[in-house]
Design a protein around this ligand. Structure first.
Ligand SMILES: [Fe+2]
Length: 185
């Protein structure tokens, strides 16, 4: 699905399963490297947001699922479409995993700003029960409701406020979020 505010497509490769195992074992289930996030006002979830683990996490992903990192790199160019400018350079600013349990809500928030801190968010839903909660982009014109299924990659500019509705699945949702900072021509 393609929209001026986001792109969503589905990755159904076998690496997704491997990545799910690695993230569950090495990250989300380890109390040493998980936090609870203020963005989860209701329900229960874990995040590795705020933990400085970019090289470690990238190397884990590269080992388990090299196609995923490649998929992410290939889609950074979408920032040119969303922002209407040519990219001069980019670099990863944050990467983190989220694990949401049934009842968890992610409150409305945004990443960076359109002028001073342009960012691109690429959210890979490694696992999410179908029809069990949506990502919502709150644009000035309308709320765009994006249903989530396993393997969905949603790419959107960080400045658009977004939230995630209450998760109704029984098996926890697992997400991997890449955030890139951008410099334009
Ligand atoms: Fe976000």
């Amino acid at each position: 699905m393609y929209d001026k505010f986001y792109k969503k497509f589905n990755y159904s490769g076998e690496e997704l399963e491997k990545l799910k195992d690695v993230l569950n074992q090495d990250f989300i289930l380890s109390e040493k490297i998980t936090n609870t996030a203020y963005e989860f006002p209701k329900g229960y979830g874990y995040t590795t947001l705020g933990i400085n683990h970019i090289p470690l996490l990238l190397s884990k992903i590269k080992a388990a699922a090299p196609c995923i990192n490649q998929l992410i790199e290939e889609n950074i160019f979408l920032a040119e479409y969303f922002y209407g400018k040519k990219i001069l350079s980019y670099k990863i600013s944050r990467i983190f995993c989220n694990k949401f349990f049934k009842g968890c809500v992610v409150s409305k928030h945004k990443h960076g700003s359109i002028e001073n801190n342009p960012l691109l968010v690429l959210a890979l839903y490694i696992y999410s029960e179908s029809d069990s909660g949506n990502l919502i982009l709150h644009t000035e014109e309308q709320d765009i409701v994006i249903p989530l299924s396993p393997g969905d990659l949603v790419v959107h500019p960080g400045y658009i406020p977004h939230s995630v509705s209450e998760y109704k699945g029984n098996i926890p949702r697992l997400g991997l979020i890449y955030e890139y900072s951008l410099k334009f021509d």
